[in-house]
Structures are given as structure tokens and as C-alpha cells.
Design a protein. Structure first.
Length: 451
């Protein structure tokens, strides 16, 4: 179970220890409670109450931190010299006119259900700055100052919309890899995602809780009735904690709210994380590793989560590009391709936006170390579902996949695509940390081709 502080182990009269009780829905009396992860309907702010609570759409963001190569995925240049076209041949996809890398056979099967934006472009080659910009819609952090300045899109979705179904985590972040900002920033830790999976590098969202399906089980000897009977005790303990911690960010962590209880008592979140409940054929289809995590993502969305981020590997291949992609791309391809096909077969793709992207693309010419360096001027982004029109290529690049030659799409446009899919717009407002209303995005619009 989730915990930071073990607390005392002296048992209550029914034999359940104080320590064991505090594990339920909590990280310990002075730690982050489960309720800090959740939206509290009872104290919804005026701004969030303006938004419909019935928005049926959700997002699965496949984040390729480090920056994937457009030339070795969806913008192949087979007639270019070897130092440009790279080591891979292209194969046909289910979308006529779109050839993809031979490393992407599973994604090739579903391209008729997707849109590929080949002309995504911006001007920042700093990992942290570009990732902050893409995941929040605003500039802020950079490689020298990695503190997030703005809330992520997933945190805004948590703040304004909450989960699609009560008793389920709103946002989940798998394999937080370092070049990404998924936390609440000044919206507060209540809108940080629940972390799951393997973690590497730093956690740019702040120190976030983590766990697995066992984190949402009632501990041995503690029944639902007993848990409800002890809410008063938990509130007293939280009140005591507040006396020690007057930081405004953490005042949100003041009670086990109804959603925290719903999660523990309904079991929907626990069931979503437990892939052993899935039939063997489906599990085999997804495979292990990122594939299994993509299956968890689908199960979370099915259960009612709003925004799930799955980080697949580290795509910053400055050297030995072929060695790196030979290892990573087949696993990524299977996770993304099977996920999209599975969502379509289950009738879930229309209401689930799937996006695969990183913070920038890679240089057109392979370097002396047989790798590709940072190149924000062009990147290919994959989009499926979300109520958009698909089966198309948006934009184009020059003969080196170096610069857009038509229909450039920028960072704010990328964010507008995600927000629009879940019923929000660039012009919607939230109250910022200074108490002033702020648009979700300073600019940006959904490419008309998707509408």
C-alpha cells in the first residue's frame, strides 16, 4: 500500500493497527493522502463548475521523451541520400499514400484510423523548455531551471473536468521519464497524476505518489463499514497535520474526501490496474512492458479516467540511432498500434484521443556518431480518435524532412487539439496563482483538416 510514514503499530480494538489503517487511502498522516490525487466535487471552484461534468471524452498521450525521429517513422525520404534517409526502408500502411518505417508494422495497420501531422514545428531545442511548452501550452522551465511554471494539460483537465466516472483516478502518468511536465504546478498537488510503472531521470512534476492495483485495496481486517466509521479519526489526524504545515499548496490535503472513499470501496481503479482480469488472448496481443501498460491505459479509460500519459522510452539518440530504434521502436509500435486497434474494436476510439509525440524531432542529417541531434523545426505527430476526422496526412516537409513546406502546426495548436477533444478551448479561463483569470492557451487552433 502507499505510505511514507509508518506511524505507530499499536492495534485498534478490532485488531487493525493504526499503521495499517493509515495505509488505506493515505501516504501516512504527514504525507500525501489519496484524496490529494482526486477532484473534490463538494468544494469545486466557481470556475470549474462552469464546465459540463458529463464530458465523455478522454486522452491517452503516448509521450516519447527525448524526441523521436520523423525520418525514421512517418516522414520517410526513401529517395534521399543515405545520410538523410537513414537505415530503414519504408513500408505501405493502411492509409494510401502514407508509407511508414519498417519498424512500425502495427501502426501501419491502423493508419486509416489516424492523422499524421508531418508539419509540426517550433523553435526550441532545449528538452525541458520544449517539453514544458508542449505539455502546458506555455513557456517556462528550461534546462537550467527545471521547475514547472505552469500546470500541465492533464492537471487542467483534472481541475476543470475531473474523472469521467466517480471512484476513478482522474489522471495517471506511467514511466515518468524526465523530459515532461505532468503536474499541477500552482493548481496544486491535488492535480498531480498518480504515477505507475518505471521511473528514470528526474520527476519534473514534483514528488508524486506511486503504486499499483494493490494500492487501492482495503487492508486485511478493515471492512467498508469500518473504514467509514473511521473517517472522523482521519479528519482529526489531518487537522493535526495542518497545524504543522501551513504551506498553501498542501492545504488541499486536508481530508479523505468522498472520491477517495469511492475509489477504495468501488474497486474500479483497482480492477483497472489489475491486467490479470483481462482475457489471455488480449494480454498476449498487447505483450509485456509498454504493451501491458498500454492495456492498463485502455482499462483506466474504460473505468472512467480522464487523462492517461504513457512514457515510452528515451528517444534522444545522438549516437547509434539504429541500435536504439531497433530496441525501442518495435515495443513502442506494438503498444500504440494494438492500443488504437483495440479501442476501435471496442467502440472506444471515437471518445478517446490517442496522441503519440515527443518534444521535438531529429536532425535531417545523421551525425558522425551515427545518430541524430535535436531538431525542433520539424516533427511528425500521430493522432487517432477523439472525435476528429482521420485517415489523412496534414502538412508536408521538404526533401530532407527539415522544414514544413505546407500547413505548419505549432505548439499551441497541438495543445488546442488535446483540449478541444475533451470539450475545452484555448479561450476558456482558469484563475492563476496571482488570482487573475488566464486563458488555457495564449493562442492556437485545431487544424481545420481534423474538424
Amino acid at each position: 500500500m502507499l505510505r511514507i510514514n509508518q506511524g505507530q503499530s499499536r492495534p485498534f480494538c478490532d485488531g487493525v493497527s493504526r499503521r495499517r489503517f493509515l495505509e488505506v487511502g493515505s501516504l501516512g498522516v504527514f504525507g500525501l493522502s489519496l484524496s490529494s490525487l482526486l477532484r473534490n466535487d463538494a468544494r469545486a471552484s466557481d470556475e470549474s463548475s462552469r464546465f459540463p461534468r458529463t464530458s465523455k471524452r478522454s486522452v491517452i498521450l503516448i509521450w516519447q521523451h527525448g524526441g523521436p525521429s520523423q525520418l525514421d517513422t512517418f516522414d520517410m525520404k526513401p529517395l534521399a541520400p543515405a545520410e538523410i534517409r537513414g537505415p530503414y526502408r519504408s513500408i505501405a500502411s493502411s492509409l494510401p499514400g502514407l508509407d511508414v518505417s519498417e519498424l512500425c508494422p502495427e501502426q501501419a495497420k491502423v493508419m486509416d484510423k489516424c492523422s499524421v501531422i508531418r508539419s509540426f514545428t517550433h523553435g526550441d531545442g532545449d528538452h525541458w523548455a520544449a517539453a514544458h511548452w508542449m505539455l502546458t501550452g506555455r513557456t517556462g522551465a528550461n534546462g537550467s531551471d527545471r521547475v514547472p511554471r505552469q500546470p500541465s494539460m492533464s492537471a487542467v483537465a483534472s481541475h476543470l473536468l475531473g474523472p469521467r466516472r466517480s471512484g476513478v483516478l482522474t489522471t495517471v502518468n506511467m514511466n515518468d521519464g524526465g523530459f515532461g511536465f505532468n503536474g499541477g504546478a500552482w493548481l496544486g498537488v491535488a492535480h498531480n497524476p498518480f504515477r505507475y510503472g518505471e521511473f528514470s531521470y528526474g520527476d519534473e512534476a514534483g514528488r508524486l505518489p506511486s503504486g499499483d492495483h494493490r494500492s487501492f485495496a482495503l487492508v486485511d481486517g478493515l471492512t467498508a463499514d469500518a473504514l467509514n466509521d473511521r473517517i472522523g479519526l482521519q479528519k482529526q489526524l489531518d487537522s493535526l497535520r495542518r497545524k504543522f504545515d501551513q504551506n498553501s499548496t498542501f492545504r488541499q490535503l486536508d481530508q479523505v474526501d468522498q472520491q477517495a472513499l469511492d475509489i477504495l470501496l468501488s474497486g474500479r481503479t483497482r480492477e483497472a490496474f489489475d491486467v490479470s482480469k483481462e482475457d489471455a488472448k488480449t494480454r498476449e496481443r498487447y505483450g509485456d512492458g509498454w504493451g501491458e501498460q498500454a492495456l492498463v491505459a485502455r482499462r483506466l479509460i474504460e473505468a472512467g479516467s480522464r487523462f492517461v500519459t504513457l512514457n515510452t522510452g528515451y528517444w534522444d539518440d545522438h549516437g547509434q540511432l539504429k541500435h536504439g530504434l531497433d530496441y525501442k521502436m518495435p515495443r513502442h509500435d506494438r503498444a500504440v498500434g494494438v492500443l488504437i486497434q483495440d479501442l476501435a474494436e471496442r467502440g472506444m476510439l471515437e471518445d478517446t484521443l490517442v496522441v503519440s509525440a515527443g518534444e521535438f524531432g531529429r536532425t535531417p542529417v545523421i551525425n558522425r556518431d551515427a545518430g541524430r541531434d535535436h531538431w525542433p523545426q520539424a516533427q511528425s505527430i500521430l493522432i487517432a480518435g477523439g472525435g476528429y476526422r482521420h485517415g489523412q496526412i496534414i502538412g508536408s516537409t521538404d526533401a530532407k524532412a527539415a522544414y514544413p513546406t505546407s500547413r505548419p502546426v505549432g505548439v499551441e495548436d497541438f495543445c488546442a487539439i488535446i483540449y478541444n477533444a475533451i470539450g475545452l478551448s484555448a479561450n476558456d479561463t482558469i484563475i492563476d496563482h496571482t488570482g487573475r483569470p488566464m486563458h488555457l492557451l495564449p493562442s492556437g487552433e485545431v487544424p481545420k483538416e481534423l474538424l
